[in-house]
Design a protein around this ligand. Structure first.
Ligand SMILES: C[S@@+](CC[C@H](N)C(=O)[O-])C[C@H]1O[C@@H](n2cnc3c(N)ncnc32)[C@H](O)[C@@H]1O
Length: 295
């Protein structure tokens, strides 16, 4: 989600992560919708990662396990994937996802906070983390953990997005600018570190701070246009619903902008963007990777 996913992901508040223990977070449905809507593009991304038969892969903050499954398929029958997450509820989903892919014997799950789990150092050919950096307590700390887990010559890769500029909708630029200001205000009220919500554009700096200086960075764009399929529609409807909830309260001083946003972003409006036959949208994601130096 990101993720891309639109609903704000909670920050971990304690080492035990008790807020996650029993149930999936509110954003889980949007994350699933995201994976369904963009499965082809995300699978294509995973197919380009440097995974070879027999490789050991760490999927850090694996969530619903969709990447664990795809990575295990890539690593082949001799490969191994360690899928780590704080949330038992997400790990239950991940186990089911992996079993569907018939790769259960290649995937091991570990539940806990990545800061405390005994993940082996120098143990993995690829260390992967998708759309989780702003769920995790600290992005640099997470990257340091990833760097330690990679073997010398192994690859550390992060797939991430900037919450504020992830989904580019075809509304007027005045609406876009006001909306993003309102969204940032909402995020700043939710988090002491709102800069985490646009970590995607800073991945090079985060990698360097974690000791991975030679970071490659590219955007991974996904385009859609009308007519939308049901999975696409479900994802973008969820995105707009979340944006309405976050931004609308902070648009009170710009009633014309707020009304135009609601005309375009409310499913009960005759102007709802997702019903427009000319609708187009672009999702911007960031992929950054680096090879752990040998010696
Ligand atoms: C937005 S989800 C992304 C999941 C998955 N990588 C994906 O792309 O679908 C963020 C994940 O980070 C996990 N998480 C949050 N804090 C964590 C921590 N301290 N240690 C391990 N996992 C954590 C959450 O439980 C959740 O599964």
């Amino acid at each position: 989600m990101a993720i891309a996913e639109s609903q704000t992901r909670p920050e971990t508040t304690s080492a035990s992560g008790s807020q996650h223990d029993d149930e999936l977070p509110a954003y889980a449905a949007t994350l699933t919708a995201y994976h369904r809507a963009f499965a082809n593009e995300l699978r294509d991304l995973v197919d380009r990662l440097p995974v070879h038969p027999g490789d050991r892969v760490l999927d850090l903050a694996c969530g619903d396990g969709v990447y664990s499954r795809w990575l295990a398929e890539r690593a082949g029958p001799q490969g191994k994937v360690l899928a780590v997450d704080l949330s038992p509820a997400f790990l239950d989903l991940a186990r089911r996802e992996v079993e569907e892919g018939d790769v259960a014997d290649r995937v091991t799950f570990a539940q806990g906070d990545l800061r405390h789990l005994p993940i082996p150092d120098d143990g993995f050919d690829l260390v992967w983390c998708a759309q989780s950096l702003y769920s995790l307590p600290d992005p640099v700390e997470a990257l340091r953990r990833m760097e330690r887990a990679a073997r010398p010559g192994g690859v550390v890769a992060v797939f991430e997005n900037d919450e504020l500029h992830h989904v580019l909708m075809p509304w007027p630029v005045e609406v876009e600018l006001a909306l993003r200001g309102a969204e940032l205000t909402a995020l700043s009220q939710l988090s002491k570190k709102p800069q985490k919500f646009y970590v995607g554009r800073h991945l090079g700096t985060v990698f360097r701070a974690a000791g991975l200086a030679a970071c490659q960075h590219r955007t991974w764009t996904i385009d859609r246009q009308a007519p939308l399929g049901p999975d696409d529609r479900a994802y973008f409807a969820g995105y707009l619903a979340d944006l309405r909830a976050k931004a609308t309260p902070h648009l009170a001083s710009s009633p014309e902008i707020r009304d135009e946003f609601l005309r375009l972003g409310d499913p009960d409006s005759p102007g709802y963007l997702l019903d427009n036959p000319d609708f187009t949208v672009t999702c911007l994601n960031h992929l950054a990777w680096s090879t752990k130096p040998v010696g």
